[in-house]
Design a protein. Structure first.
Lengths: 358, 358
């Protein structure tokens, strides 16, 4: 007997990739159910060639569901994930809502699968920009320790959803076909659908992803800081991020500087990263080999290159990390968590509901 | 009596901006002469509404020239700049060829105009990515000292010339109009015209600008390191850069992390930057105000924002620096050097030729 798997937010940029990842998954799946808001309910999507009608997400919609993958925004997870748990499902939540909840494991399977053992029905999938950095840095942390991370991101617009993809393509057409000055292009979504002002992304780089917090960092930047500490289970790792949106549709790139506890040999660092599951070393500058966003799209892997010593700090290392933000950064990491739960025998009804029903 | 000013490389992306900057300059100019390679000689360009025929650059072309602005590639400067000096001109060279020559001042006028006093006929204009960083960091260095800089750049394609601009627009059209996968687009110029392999820039981020050096950094990255030390006259400042090309036509953005010698108050840092000539503070995150590439195009200023403390290091500061790479990064800084030479009475024939005639 296989599982019934529900995808909440099935029609979105991440949701459609979740369906694809489930089609290719090793999970024993009996049935896939697709859920969404009233705006998309009734649409018909395909799973393994079968038509599936998208249902409305309600408090009672999770009857019989074993695994529920959520990617419909934090407010949807806040409201419905506890009902899914109450109905007996294990929830893998791709939003930020539960990530810092101490009752919720925050998991990148290659890095901290063991944290799943203590789950209470909800497991959080980290932010896209954090996940790929964890895959690249965990092998370094394991061998040499990590003191600090300074990261500048080059993030794709698909992280802001299908509407941001559409907006980017429309803006680019207006500039390259109609000769409109990029600064005069009308924007309605980016940098953040939840903020007041919107700016063009065509031929631009926007140093704002998500809204700003009180300390002048954005939520996106603070996610990288806080999630790293939780996933690596070490609050002493210093992390400061600058998160930037660039006109790329999919795959995030990251310029990452780290300081290790023990001085590391660069050849050994490359070896450790190459040997780590989910990480692919692309580092041969003599032959101009380094990770590129366009090559990472549709791959589940995280690509790492440009690995080199800082010019001054003995324990400083720079690198360039690229991965498909919709796959390892979201849909694949979520389905991979589900697969890992299955492998560890952790797809089970939670005894006691520790999450509030709203 | 005004000057005769020559522009070498007049038909290029930087050369055409040099002509515009000369049109708007306070320099007393009698005559402008436009020089180029045989490929462009004979073309007719405009200066203040006047037609000027582009002449071939030769060893004898600099007779009667007072100021020669070079931006036609390092090999052209290497060959012809000494002949210009021999003919009595002062050369402002926008290529990298003479930048590390101890006989050549490397100047950002707001930062080290005094270095012009010792010139021997050639003054080098720094690399675009260095210049804007110097304008933003010099006021910080003056008040609190600078220990180290870690910079990740988001550089526009126009830094690689008009052919790179054309290539980028062509690639984008192929993707947004014809539905070609970005990874299948044909590239012939970027990341570096001088290197073997070429990669798409549409919907991509390329962590290579210029070719690689022996230490696995690119020349572009090493320029930021070496030029910073020379301009700030302090070899002890640690600088490590990651230089990345993104699909933006003009204006470079930079994510810069610094450590100061004395701990600095962020409000005071903002004040110091706002008060520095050539720098404009754009930093009000509550109102989503920060520098953006599309807004910096056609401005001579360097825009600085997102200034904030590192989350862990008391003396660590992050900021976001944006400027038009063709203007302050090249054409304007070159013409500004010429204006500063004039103001200081330094536009004069060099007594002894210290540069080799080839």
């Amino acid at each position: 007997m296989g599982y019934t798997v529900a995808v909440v937010g099935a029609t979105g940029a991440v949701g459609t990739r979740m369906i694809k990842m489930l089609e290719e998954s090793t999970l024993p799946i009996d049935k896939v159910r697709l859920l969404s808001s009233s705006r998309s309910a009734g649409k018909v999507l395909q799973y393994k060639g079968q038509d599936i009608t998208v249902e409305l997400t309600t408090e009672d919609a999770f009857e019989g569901v074993d695994i529920a993958l959520f990617s419909a925004g934090g407010s949807v997870s806040a409201k419905f994930a506890p009902y899914a748990v109450k109905a007996g499902a294990v929830v893998v939540d791709n939003t930020s809502y539960f990530r810092q909840n101490p009752d919720v494991p925050l998991v990148v399977p290659e890095v901290n699968a063991h944290a799943l053992d203590a789950h209470n029905g909800i497991i959080a999938c980290p932010n896209c920009s954090t996940i790929q950095m964890m895959v690249a840095l965990e092998p370094v942390r394991q061998q040499w320790g990590l003191e600090r991370i300074i990261v500048s991101t080059y993030q794709a617009v698909s992280g802001a959803g299908q509407s941001a993809i559409n907006e980017t393509v429309r803006e680019l057409k207006e500039v390259v076909n109609d000769g409109i000055n990029p600064r005069d292009v009308k924007a309605e979504i980016l940098p953040s659908g939840g903020d007041k002002k919107h700016y063009p992304i065509a031929f631009n780089a926007l140093p704002q992803i998500d809204v700003f917090t009180d300390n002048d960092y954005t939520y996106e930047e603070m996610k990288m800081t806080n999630e790293t500490k939780k996933i690596m289970e070490d609050d002493s790792i210093a992390v400061s991020a600058t998160c930037v949106r660039i006109p790329v549709l999919s795959a995030h790139s990251e310029s990452v500087y780290i300081e290790t506890k023990e001085v590391a040999d660069i050849a050994a660092v490359k070896e450790a990263i190459a040997a780590f599951p989910g990480a692919v070393l692309e580092d041969d500058v003599a032959n101009q080999i380094y990770p590129q966003a366009v090559n990472a799209v549709d791959s589940r892997d995280t690509f790492v290159g440009r690995i080199r010593k800082d010019l001054d700090k003995e324990n400083g290392i720079h690198m360039w990390i690229v991965s498909d933000n919709l796959l390892k950064g979201a849909a694949w990491n979520s389905v991979q968590i589900a697969e890992t739960l299955h492998e560890r025998g952790l797809v089970r009804k939670t005894d006691e509901l520790v999450f509030e029903l709203k």
